[in-house]
Design a protein around this ligand. Sequence first.
Ligand SMILES: [Zn+2]
Length: 411
Amino acid sequence: MTRCRLCGSSALGSVVDLGATPPCESFLAADQLDRPEPAYPLHLRVCTDCWLAQIPPLIKPEETFTEYAYFSSFSTSWVEHARTFVADAVERTGLGPDAFVVEVASNDGYLLKHVVDRGIRCLGIEPSVNVGAAARDAGVPTLTEFLSPETGAAVRAANGPADLVVANNVYAHIPDVVGFTEGLRALVADDGWVSIEVQHLLTLIEENQYDTIYHEHFQYYTVASAIRALASGGLALVDVELLPTHGGSIRLWARPAEVAGEPSQRVVDVLDREKAAGLQELSGYTEFSARVAKVRRDLLKFLVTAAEDGKTVVGYGAPGKGNTLLNHCGIRPDLLAYTVDRNPYKHGRFTPGTRIPILPPEQIGIDKPDYVLVLPWNLRAELVEQLAYVHEWGGRLVFPIPELSIVEVKR
Ligand SMILES: [Zn+2]
C-alpha cells in the first residue's frame, strides 16, 4: 500500500503489524482442513496528512458480503438499539409523514422496519442477496446493490432525494471511501441529514482493542479523519455522539456542506480529546504497537502456564474479531482445546488459521474446565452474568482485553 485511499498522500506510518491472517469470517468445515488456506498481511498504517488509519484492501467486499451469514435481527440488543435510534432521528431531523429515509447496508431490515411502522416511506440498499430477501419478506423495500455515486444518483432519480440517509456499521467496510461518501451525498436532499455509526479509533487505541482490526474493516476513524472523509463527498459534520457499541463507536450527524453551519461543542470536545491522546502525531499511534505486543505476551504466558500446570482452558465465543487475536497470538488447540458459540452455523467448524474446533455452548457444562477464555470481551458485563455457572466447579473467566484479567464469578 503506497498511497492513502482518502487523500492520496504517500506519508503512511506503521501503527501495528499483526502478521498474515485469513479473512476472519472464513470458518473451515472439516473437509477443508487438508486444503491450503490463504492468509493476507494485516498491517495497520496511518496517513500522517489526513490521519485516516487503514489496512491494505486485499479482499473484496463483493466476496464477503454477497452471501452473508449475519442477520442483525438475531441480536435482541441490536434491534432495541435500532428502535431507539429511529425515535431519536425522527425527533432530531423532524421527519414528517412525507419524509423519505434510505439506509445503506440495511441488512435484514432490522432498523427500517421501525421506519415502516411509523408510516414513513423508506428504502434499504443492501448488497447481500439472501439478507436483502429477508428484509423484503419483512415488508421493508430493499434494493440489492453496493452504494456508489451511480447507485446513489439512480435511487435519487427514481425516488426523490432522501431527508435522512443512515449508514450504520458500514463506513469501515468499504475500501472506496470517497466513492461511498459521494454516493451518500447523491442520495441525500440538499437540506437533508446523514447519520453514520462507526467504531471509534480513539477507544480502539486507548483500550487495546486491536482484535477489531481485521480484513473486513478497511479503515478506522477518529472524528478528525471522519471530517476529512465526509468532506471528500461534499458533506460536513454537524454533531457527534459517543456510543458504547463495539467497545466504543461514534455516531456522526452530517449535512451537505452548504447548509451544515458550525459543528457542535461536542464535536469540538471529541476533537480535543483525540488531540490530547496524541492521535494527530505518529507517536500517539506507535506506542499502541508495544501495548499490543504485551497483550500477546501476557495471554501466551497465561496459557502456557495453565497447560504446564495441567489446567484446562476452553474458549467462549467465535466472533470474527476473536480470530485476529488467536492468529496474532498463534494460539492452537494445544493451548485452547476448543471454543463454543451460540451460532449453530459454526458448530463442527474450525476457526480460520488457528483451526480450533467450535462446539455448542453446552460442552462447557459437560467438561467443567478450569478457565474459560472469553473472546467477545465487549460483552463482558452480560457474559459475567451468563457464565456465572462456571463458579459451580470453581472455574474462572479470563478476559484478554484491554489487559489480561482473571475473574472469579459468584452467584
Ligand atoms: Zn490521507
